[in-house]
Design a protein. Structure first.
Length: 275
């Protein structure tokens, strides 16, 4: 599943391609995504200019002024931009086309676990939408720091990695980057969140920011389906410190990297560097 860096890369790609452009037509070929795609798109989008492309956690927010299109890429969703004049018949997994004045933005999702939801401006601020209202702090924002993590976890007895993945304390730190950040901070993934001291949380906040920033710089991680809106694959996975490296030597101390399961997800860690 695309995590925050991958979604941020898609956001930047969409900004370059379609920000400020006007929609000519919207076509929904397959509405059956995670939630049904509204047939109102064909009515409300044509003639509208895209005013902003924002991100909240793993959601893309395409602001058209009179409403916002909330997009989640799910397990396998991605956008492709087809320049004007380029003819390409849609494939069986190409579910939605947004035709702009200079080309077409095509949404593809083989597993159909993504989402594309229209939020009318008359229904209130988009950040108050039920899918967004309870999300935690943005890890790349100034509001996110070790003190925030420390305050929010005083009553959390669950493992710190599980708390990071929950999304109500900090948003968008998915499975790959949680493992990587905890390694950089020297914290064992199974450590109860409430037992971690402020100083260690300060290291963890710095590690999360650094890990996400590096992943964005490297184009994210391509493990299965992710590609950017320009069709490029990410390469962070080639330099990961622990993720996907079970049985290999730790890049810092040489100890063998181990793997375990937490909440049905693979966790990677170094038993010597993380305690």
């Amino acid at each position: 599943m695309p995590e925050l860096p991958e979604v941020e890369i898609v956001r930047r790609g969409l900004s370059r391609r379609v920000l400020g452009r006007t929609v000519r037509a919207a076509q929904v070929r397959e509405p059956r995504l995670r939630w049904p795609v509204s047939d109102a798109l064909a009515r409300v989008l044509p003639g509208s200019s895209l005013r902003a492309v924002e991100r909240r956690g793993k959601y893309l927010l395409l602001d058209f002024g009179h409403g916002t299109l909330l997009v989640h890429l799910g397990m396998s969703g991605n956008f492709r931009f087809l320049a004007e004049g380029r003819r390409e018949a849609p494939g069986p997994h190409d579910h939605v086309d947004l035709e702009f004045e200079h080309g077409t933005l095509r949404y593809r999702d083989p597993r159909r676990f993504g989402a594309m939801i229209w939020h009318d401006a008359a229904d209130g601020p988009v950040l108050a939408h039920p899918l967004l209202a309870s999300l935690g702090a943005e890890p790349l924002s100034e509001a996110f720091d070790g003190a925030l993590l420390h305050r929010a976890t005083r009553t959390r007895s669950g493992a710190i990695k599980s708390v990071l993945l929950a999304g109500d304390v900090v948003v968008g730190v998915g499975n790959i980057y949680a493992s990587e950040s905890l390694f950089r901070a020297g914290i064992r993934p199974t450590t109860p969140a409430r037992r971690i001291a402020l100083r260690r949380y300060e290291r963890l906040a710095d590690a999360i920011r650094g890990t996400l920033a590096e992943a964005i710089e490297r184009g994210g991680s391509t493990l299965r389906d992710f590609v950017s809106s320009d069709g490029a694959a990410g390469c962070y996975q080639t330099v990961s410190l622990v993720y996907g490296r079970a049985g290999e030597p730790c890049r810092v101390c040489g100890e063998t990297v181990r793997a375990m399961r937490q909440q049905q997800r693979s966790t990677y860690y170094c038993p010597r560097c993380q305690h």
